[in-house]
Write a protein that binds this ligand. Structure first.
Ligand code: GDP
Ligand code: GDP
Length: 435
């Protein structure tokens, strides 16, 4: 079995080789003093607390030149895309450079688990400078001095938590926290890979499957019992042993899936990434969204995509599914199983947002701040706001007069961002104060 791959990326001279050597515990650092010197790709096996992985030093792949294509060679991007985790090394004595920003953007678009390593933090006086790297949008940086061996322990602890086997344990913990049986529906056009995914999910070693006949002959729920608790797949009739079916049957299974969405806590919208986001995908997403069901988007067949296509579909989703707010998007290969283990924690998160209850004081703080940043036109004003219900979060706004729909959307966005509600549907009701 091959080891998980950790790609080390970053501009020349930030200390990538020094870091690799430090992790390997070798003293005789093979360090190139001149910036930008081309090095060969170097892969070495390393170990931390009993976890083995391969470190890939992408050293010389970032050449000089002005545009992105010159700076990050296709090969380097490919290495990142194939890695299980990326360590982006930056230089804390220099701060964020435009090159750092470009690599950061690329990593975000490719959606790879990443650790930002702020290197050359030789003493505490440098530590303050690292917060600038939060601006890369890749999470909190780890202060490290590769040269003196500081901070690498914490970094490696975080790394092994991100490696594939580590995240498996994590999902078990997260799912077992929720005592309630939660329900999931798979929706998607024909041939996007729904049954392949479903079979993979129930094919996991620890899954025990119960079929639970529903009210009609067609409706069959499948309860998948994982060691972390049962999950109900709503109306998965035909998903497991898929007979080849004609168009009519396809149509009805789609209709059924849309009905099943009403009984679900989360819908998984499977999209064939090799095809892109089609008009029909959009319409499905609209229907699910209108039913008030949170959506997780699964870009399937990911392993078939080249680098360019991977970047393109990210934009595709942003553009064509923008009405979903900021949906969770997972890149998976149902066929090989890659990326599928990230599904459980993501589901858990979506369910959490759906059931959120926010204290009234905080709701009012956010609404007040939003109003002072941008007051409603014509003297309209929300005097008081409260969350009246959960599943989905429903807010009641007490206002002195009608609020314009544009302004309502603005308030909705403010609430969504402040409370991290992701793509959970939110309802806003307005009451006139003298109601
Ligand atoms: P690479 O091009 O990213 O692989 O960078 P190298 O590992 O070759 O390091 C570039 C330079 O930075 C070398 O002179 C290293 O000695 C120096 N360097 C690496 N890590 C540190 C560190 O933690 N602190 C300081 N002060 N210098 C470092
Ligand atoms: P459904 O109609 O949505 O249930 O789709 P299926 O699960 O029947 O899959 C349709 C076709 O896509 C089958 O030939 C699958 O083998 C194939 N497929 C599904 N998932 C993947 C994947 O991740 N990668 C690749 N290359 N093919 C896949």
């Amino acid at each position: 079995m091959s080891l998980p791959v950790v790609a080390i990326v970053g501009r020349p001279n930030v200390g990538k080789s020094t870091l690799v050597n430090r992790i390997l515990g070798r003293r005789e650092a093979i360090v190139e003093e001149r910036p930008g010197v081309t090095r060969d790709r170097k892969a070495v096996d390393a170990e931390w607390l009993g976890h083995n992985f391969t470190l890939l030093d992408t050293g010389g792949w970032i050449a000089g030149g002005d545009d992105l294509d010159d700076k990050v060679s296709a090969q380097s991007v490919q290495a990142m895309a194939d890695a299980d985790v990326v360590m982006l090394v930056v230089d804390s004595t220099v701060g964020v450079t435009p090159e750092d920003e470009r690599i950061g953007l690329l990593i975000r678009r490719l959606d790879i688990p990443v650790l930002v390593v702020a290197n050359k933090v030789d003493d505490r006086s440098h530590e303050i400078a690292i917060w600038e790297f939060m601006g890369l949008g890749l999470g909190e940086p780890f202060p490290v001095s590769a040269l003196h061996g500081k901070g690498t322990g914490d970094l490696l602890d975080a790394l092994i938590a991100l490696l594939p086997s580590g995240s498996d344990d994590e999902l078990v913990d997260q799912v077992s926290d929720d005592p309630q049986l939660f329900s999931v529906t798979l929706v998607g056009r024909p041939n996007v890979g729904k049954s392949t995914l479903f079979n993979r999910l129930i094919g996991e070693e620890r899954a025990v499957v119960h079929d639970r006949p529903g009210t009609t002959r067609d409706a069959v729920d499948t309860i998948v019992e994982t060691v972390s608790g049962p999950i109900r797949f709503v109306d998965t009739a035909g998903m497991r042993r898929k007979a080849k079916i004609d168009e009519d049957t396809e149509y009805y299974s789609l209709v059924r899936a849309l009905k099943a969405v009403d009984d679900s806590d989360v819908a998984l919208l499977v999209i064939d990434a090799t095809v892109g986001v089609t008009h029909q995908d959009q319409r499905l997403a609209e229907r699910v969204d209108a039913a008030g069901c949170p959506i997780v988007i699964l870009l399937n067949k990911w392993e078939l995509l080249g680098t360019e296509a991977r970047l393109k579909i990210g934009e595709d989703v942003e553009r064509k599914l923008s009405f979903l707010g900021e949906p969770n998007v997972l890149r998976i290969s149902a066929l090989s199983g890659k990326g599928v283990n990230r599904l459980w924690p993501t589901l858990q998160e979506a369910v959490g947002a759906y059931r959120t209850r926010i204290p009234t004081r905080q709701v009012n703080q956010v609404i007040r701040a939003a109003q002072s940043a941008q007051p409603a036109p014509h003297g309209a004003r929300v005097m008081y706001a409260t969350q009246g219900a959960t599943d989905p979060p429903t807010f009641t706004l007490f206002a002195n007069r009608e609020l314009h729909s544009t302004y309502m959307r603005y308030l909705e966005r403010s609430l969504r961002e402040a409370f991290d509600l992701g793509s959970t549907p939110i309802k806003l009701r307005v009451r006139r104060r003298n109601d």
